[in-house]
Every structure is written in structure tokens, then in C-alpha cells.
Design a protein around this ligand. Structure first.
Ligand code: B12
Ligand code: SF4
Ligand code: SF4
Length: 371
């Protein structure tokens, strides 16, 4: 089977086969992951069993070849929100959930490959194998200093998927050369220093992580939150490889990527289902997005929204109530403090009480935690 014959199978699909390699365990990556785990860098969305992240046969049985697939995203806009009451959703989470789109196309591609005598399985994102590590080995792109997989044609704005074939094919692609050189734009653009070490992410500093995490967001991260609702594209928008992959148009995609913050804070279950259930931003549930809207509103320039946030101190969700105090204090410290002290008298939830007390103390001490 030639590379040409293989890649022709996607001629009318949105995805492309970008790389190929013999199915093998990534031993160096296993060591790297183990050091990273010891350093406390593993997050809750990752497969905990390191073998299953680097050994394709451990996960999928007898295999000969791995094909790495790319699915390009819609073009993100360079245009800023402009209005302080608008938030930002990563382009990766706008529109149809990429897991659904990628799976649909991979199923078609797999059927075509079966038609030419091949047998295999597919993996989309939530599978255990470390997709960027296999993509790099299979020559599907180079790893940028922002840790994303970059392809000369698409920059980093594409999703990855895998096809795991039983057959051994002679189609190995060469690893791509580094495309970063002396550039450090992504590192300078990152608001939290998550990319201080090039090619490695300090995940506990990454805002994309915190927009998805259920744990308590540290104060110093909140101070750098900006207007984020889900994900973060800053280190990708800064990248010269993505210059041609962005647009200046403010269309429907732009509207979805820059939503009104109160429409998210105030959404009920049915609004949530309608707007987010079928997107990649919905998987952590409604209240995480409402929490993120509170963090995004925690800026003095959003002060005109103070009276719409104050009732949230009585929200049925303890998590949402807890974060409302932060927002009010950042909008207007004096009015926020008075309101919170008032509500503290009747608040019963221990977590909420602790959070409010910490917020009041944080503002009193006026300490900015070192990051
Ligand atoms: C968990 C996860 C996250 C976590 C943690 C990511 C991390 N780096 O630690 C969080 C929530 C932070 C996250 C963020 C994002 N993610 Co994510 N994420 C995943 C997921 C599910 C697992 C990745 C993982 O465990 N990473 C751990 C780190 C260590 O590995 P890695 O960066 O993926 O791979 C590199 C290292 O392993 C390293 N490496 C390998 N071997 C060795 C050996 C040595 C010696 C060394 C030094 C290094 C090294 O090289 C690899 C290639 O660059 C994958 C899907 C999957 N199944 O793989 C998607 C995935 C990586 N995410 C993706 C995306 C789109 C994002 C976001 C851009 C979303 C957003 N806009 O907010 C950001 C990325 C920000 C950035 N600068 O990277 C895409 C990446 C597409 C691309 N073109 O790169 C993936 C592949 C999903 C997909 N199917 O498309 N993500
Ligand atoms: S996604 Fe945002 S916070 Fe995370 S490394 Fe990139 S710029 Fe930094
Ligand atoms: S911004 Fe520069 S350093 Fe960062 S990934 Fe892009 S090319 Fe590499």
C-alpha cells in the first residue's frame, strides 16, 4: 500500500491523513510522563495508566500501523470582543463538538480503508493514547514551544485523531523539523507563565486547564483570567504559523466565540442544553461555565453589571455562590464587602463561608500571590 493510495481515500472528506508510523511503544515518552507525574503535572482528564498512553498494543491489541489524522478547525477571528461584557470561548469549542465531527469522518474513512483490505480501529481525543506524541513520531507536524502540534498547512488549528491498523504497511513518514527557531512569541503572550519552559506546559498554570477544572481556582489565576469562558487560544493566536489561519471577519463563529457573559451566568438548564450540550465546551456542565462567567466578570470595567451579580450570592449552587463574592469584590470592593458580610450571617454552607472569608481577607491584605 503506497502513501499516495492511502491519502487518496480522504479526497472528499474534511480530514486528512497527516502521518504514519509502525505501531510501537513510545519508550522515551513513557519516561517523560513518569517524571511529569512525579512533578505533580498530571491532570484529572488524563489516562492514569502510563502504559496505556504510550503502548498502542496494550490498548488496542494486535496492531501493525498507526495513521495520524488531522481535522482543521473553523478560522478564529483576530477581532477582540470590544464590549467588556462579552466573554471568550476557544475556537476549539465553537460549533459542533469536534469529537462528534472527527468520529463521523473517521468512521467513513475506516470503512474506505476496509474497502481496500485493511482492518482497524479509531481513537478520538478521549482515548488513552497520547495523540500529540504519536503525531510527532509519525511526522504529522512539529511540536511548537507552546506544545501544540503544528502543521505547515494548518498551523496548530486542527484536531487530532488516530486510526490503528492491524496490517504492517511501509508508509512511515519522517519526523518534521522544528519550526520555531528563535521565536518566543507564544511564551511572551501566555498570561500565566505556563510556557516558561519551551516545549513543555506547566499545566497547573494553564488557563485552559482551569476553565475545565472543578477544583478551587487559585486567586493568582483568577487575577489573570481575563474574559475566558472556555479554553484559551492566546499562545496559538500569537503564533506566526497561524497567521494565515485566522480571519478579521466577525461572523456567526465570532458571535459564538464572544458570547454575552450574563447570558451564560443566567442560563437555566434548558438554555445550557440548547447552547452547549452539543459543543466541546459542555462536558463539564452548566455550573462550571457559570462559574467561569463570574470569573470573567470580575473586572472593574464590568461594574455596570454589579446589580445583576449580587443576587448570585443566593444561587442554589454552592460553587456559583462561592465565586460570586470574588466577582463583586473585584467590581467594587466597598459595596462587595458590605453585601458579602450581610449574606455571611445567613450562609450555612461551610465551603461557601470559607471561600467568602478568604476573599474578604485577600482583599484586606491586598496581597498579590507570586506566580
Ligand atoms: C489532557 C489534555 C489537555 C490538558 C493538559 C494538556 C497538557 N499539555 O498537559 C489541558 C486541559 C490543559 C489541555 C489544553 C489544551 N488542549 Co488538550 N488535550 C488533552 C488530552 C486529552 C491529553 C493530553 C495529555 O495528556 N498531555 C500530556 C502532555 C505531556 O503531552 P502532550 O503535550 O499531549 O504531548 C507532548 C509530550 O508528550 C511531548 N513528549 C513526548 N515524548 C517526550 C519525550 C521527552 C523526553 C520530552 C521532553 C517530551 C516528550 O511531546 C508531545 C508532542 O508535543 C489530548 C488528547 C489525547 N488523547 O492526547 C488533548 C489535546 C492535546 N488537546 C488539544 C487542544 C486543542 C487543546 C487546547 C488548544 C484547547 C484550548 N484552546 O484551550 C489547549 C492547548 C493549550 C496548549 N498550549 O497546548 C488537541 C491538540 C491539537 C494540536 N494541534 O496540538 C488534543 C490532541 C485533542 C485533539 N484530539 O485534537 N489539553
Ligand atoms: S492555553 Fe493560554 S494559559 Fe495555557 S499555555 Fe497557552 S496562553 Fe498560556
Ligand atoms: S509562537 Fe513561535 S515559538 Fe511559539 S509555537 Fe509558534 S513558532 Fe514556535
Amino acid at each position: 500500500m503506497s502513501w499516495k493510495r492511502l491519502t487518496e481515500t480522504t479526497h472528499d472528506l474534511s480530514l486528512e491523513i497527516l502521518g504514519a508510523m509502525p505501531a510501537k511503544t513510545l519508550e522515551e515518552t513513557r519516561k517523560f510522563l513518569s517524571i511529569r507525574k512525579e512533578a505533580g503535572q498530571e491532570v484529572e482528564f488524563e489516562e492514569a495508566d502510563l502504559n496505556r498512553r504510550v503502548d498502542p498494543r496494550e490498548v488496542y491489541g494486535s496492531l501493525g500501523t498507526i495513521l495520524v489524522i488531522g481535522l482543521p478547525l473553523k478560522k478564529p477571528s483576530r477581532k477582540n470582543a470590544g464590549d467588556p461584557l462579552r466573554g471568550s470561548v476557544s475556537i476549539f469549542a465553537v460549533g459542533e463538538d469536534y469529537h462528534t465531527a472527527m468520529k463521523r469522518e473517521l468512521v467513513v474513512l475506516m470503512e474506505r480503508l476496509e474497502g481496500i483490505g485493511l482492518k482497524g480501529k479509531i481513537q478520538v481525543d478521549t482515548g488513552p493514547l497520547l495523540e500529540r506524541a504519536f503525531a510527532k513520531e509519525a511526522g504529522a507536524g512539529f511540536q511548537g514551544k507552546n506544545t501544540t502540534m503544528i502543521h505547515p498547512k494548518w498551523g496548530s488549528f486542527f484536531f487530532l485523531g488516530l486510526i490503528l491498523l492491524e496490517e504492517e504497511l511501509e508508509v512511515k513518514r519522517d519526523e518534521m523539523e522544528d519550526g520555531c527557531g528563535t521565536c518566543t512569541r507564544c511564551q511572551s503572550a501566555c498570561p500565566t507563565g505556563a510556557l516558561n519552559h519551551p516545549y513543555q506546559m506547566d499545566v497547573k498554570r494553564c488557563l485552559s486547564y482551569w476553565t475545565q477544572a472543578k477544583g478551587i481556582v487559585p486567586f493568582w489565576i483568577r487575577e489573570r483570567w481575563g474574559n475566558r469562558i472556555y479554553g484559551c487560544d492566546v499562545c496559538q493566536k500569537a503564533c506566526p504559523w497561524n497567521r494565515e489561519r485566522m480571519t478579521d471577519v466577525a461572523d456567526r463563529v465570532w458571535e459564538d466565540a464572544n458570547p454575552d457573559l450574563f447570558s451564560i451566568l443566567e442560563m437555566d438548564k434548558s438554555d445550557f442544553r440548547q447552547r452547549f450540550a452539543d459543543t466541546a465546551a459542555g462536558w463539564r456542565g452548566r455550573n462550571i461555565l457559570r462559574r467561569n462567567a463570574l470569573l470573567a466578570l470580575a473586572r472593574p470595567e464590568c461594574l455596570m453589571g454589579f446589580d445583576r451579580v449580587s443576587p448570585v450570592l443566593k444561587d442554589p449552587s454552592a460553587m456559583v455562590r462561592a465565586y460570586a463574592a470574588w466577582t463583586l469584590m473585584c467590581m467594587d470592593e466597598f459595596r462587595g464587602r458590605t453585601l458579602i458580610l450581610d449574606c455571611l450571617e445567613t450562609e450555612k454552607d461551610v465551603f461557601v463561608r470559607e471561600e467568602w472569608t478568604a476573599v474578604l481577607a485577600w482583599k484586606s491584605s491586598e496581597k498579590m500571590t507570586d506566580c
